[in-house]
Ligand binder design. Structure first.
Ligand SMILES: *Cc1c(COP(=O)(O)O)cnc(C)c1O
Length: 241
């Protein structure tokens, strides 16, 4: 069990994040239910993750599939918890991950998409995925180059055998150390790329996963439908670094 003080602080943080996300959504003249907050729990253990769920956050994001598996061995999460895998994913981790019905945000190669289709077919688990785009142009960043996306979407749409795997949108991260203006431009570029791809390919691509603790307001202003928020939720609960 975590301490009552920590549970109270977590509840406060969750309220504050919801309030700020709602404010950004309203400022962008968008309906409140158009933005989902994904609580990124990579900083904390299974008990603290469950405590966040108990505070009201039922949509969770993990970077590493092994951590998702382990936390689910250590505690029992309520059935309505939805998992999102947001970090680089190796193909050999799919078999054990799909039973958690995750949305996969980090499809960064045609090979990974093919492997997801194979595994989703084998396990009969329809899976929603996002294509991760390297919008900042940084070499160190993971993600597909913008010009790689169209052929991937087209060949997926053409395939008769997708195992229920659906490409539902794009995921992007602002480059390291970008200021607020530059981050906002990258989010806008991601939305424009999505609009262009939807037009070119006929895919719907409703989802835009962009924005983290430091830049979610800019992402929401530019059309984010999912914001991935970690450190803001655990303020006051983690050792200082
Ligand atoms: C850690 C992480 C986040 C959350 O970042 P915070 O700045 O802690 O909110 C979001 N997305 C990805 C891919 C991450 O790895």
């Amino acid at each position: 069990m975590i301490e009552p003080n920590s549970q109270a602080r977590l509840a406060e943080n969750w309220q504050a994040v919801q309030r700020d996300v709602h404010a950004a959504t309203t400022a962008a003249h968008r309906p409140l239910d158009s933005v989902t907050i994904i609580g990124v729990t990579k900083y904390v253990d299974a008990e603290m993750t469950l405590a966040l769920v108990n505070a009201g956050c039922h949509v969770l994001g993990e970077n590493r599939p092994q951590v998702l598996w382990k936390k689910n061995e250590e505690v029992v999460f309520p059935d309505d918890v939805r998992w999102h895998l947001i970090g680089h994913l190796q193909r050999n981790k799919l078999r054990r991950s799909l039973p958690f019905h995750p949305m996969i945000h980090s499809v960064d190669s045609p090979r990974l998409l093919t492997a997801i289709v194979e595994e989703a077919t084998a396990q009969q688990i329809p899976t929603k995925v996002l294509l991760e785009v390297n919008i900042s142009g940084e070499e160190a960043k993971t993600g597909l180059l913008p010009q790689d996306l169209r052929p991937m979407i087209e060949s997926h749409l053409k395939s008769t055998d997708t195992g229920g795997v659906e490409i539902v949108g794009l995921m992007a991260m602002a480059g390291w150390g970008t200021d607020a203006d530059a981050a906002r431009q990258q989010f806008a570029a991601t939305r424009e790329l999505r609009d262009e791809l939807a037009q070119q390919t006929g895919a719907t691509l409703p989802e835009l996963s962009m924005g983290m603790s430091g830049d979610f307001a800019a992402a929401i202003a530019e059309g984010a439908t999912m914001v991935r928020i970690g450190s803001r939720l655990f303020e006051g609960l983690l050792p200082k670094h």
